[in-house]
Design a protein. Sequence first.
Length: 262
Amino acid sequence: MAGTPVGEAKALYEARRYAEAEAEARAVARSRPRDDEYAAVALNIAALATGAQGRHAEALATYDEALPAFSRIFGADHWLTLKLRSDRAQQMTSLGQYTECEAECAAVAEAAGRGTGPEMAFLAAAARNGLVFALNAQGRHQEAEALAREALAAHRVRDRGSVVLRLGLARSLNGQARHEEALTEAQGAEKLYRALPDDQRHPDTGAVELAFANALLGLRRAPDARRKAAAAHDACLASFGPDHSRTVEARTLLERIDATRP
């Protein structure tokens, strides 16, 4: 994208300057014809940057605006369109729209599974991760565990996809009060996470610490759990701001731990 109308917005987003990236991307989208390829890509960058600031409802609305253009320009089954749908579904989870996220992630995973190449393989893993998260959020932890294990067996690459699937598995195990197993999965996810390049680690800031904190709390190791939850909260607050769903989750967990301490 360097040297294109969206090059500056993309660079700002990758530099984690989300407010500036959003403003630049929205300016580009407004300045170009509605069906222009760069206008569509600019809307996608704006949606990503808005979501990273914790404004999930606005991010979802921006994805809704971008999706028809992506479908027309790239095609409904193109990996870029499917990625936008997967990213859009992640915002649904942050808004508590778990059944809608479940349906969309299942559809994207099926479409990506029919494709070939590394982009489609990663998309399939990402969509299945969204599905695992949605199932966990609905209390369907055994289904989430089965799907996470199936997805991990299919996705052998030691990449970000494997990290988030292991975190989803840990969440499902914590939901079943199998905290020792959840702790083991969190440790495995942490090892994979630390091996990733920095730019691939950033979107999951705080997620590993949250998995640890929930497992440790279930094992009645409250001081250790609080340290991990505080680390997650501080990292998410610095990276995404106070309104991001993961920052809120970490803060809620901290409050829960503090409420149980003598």
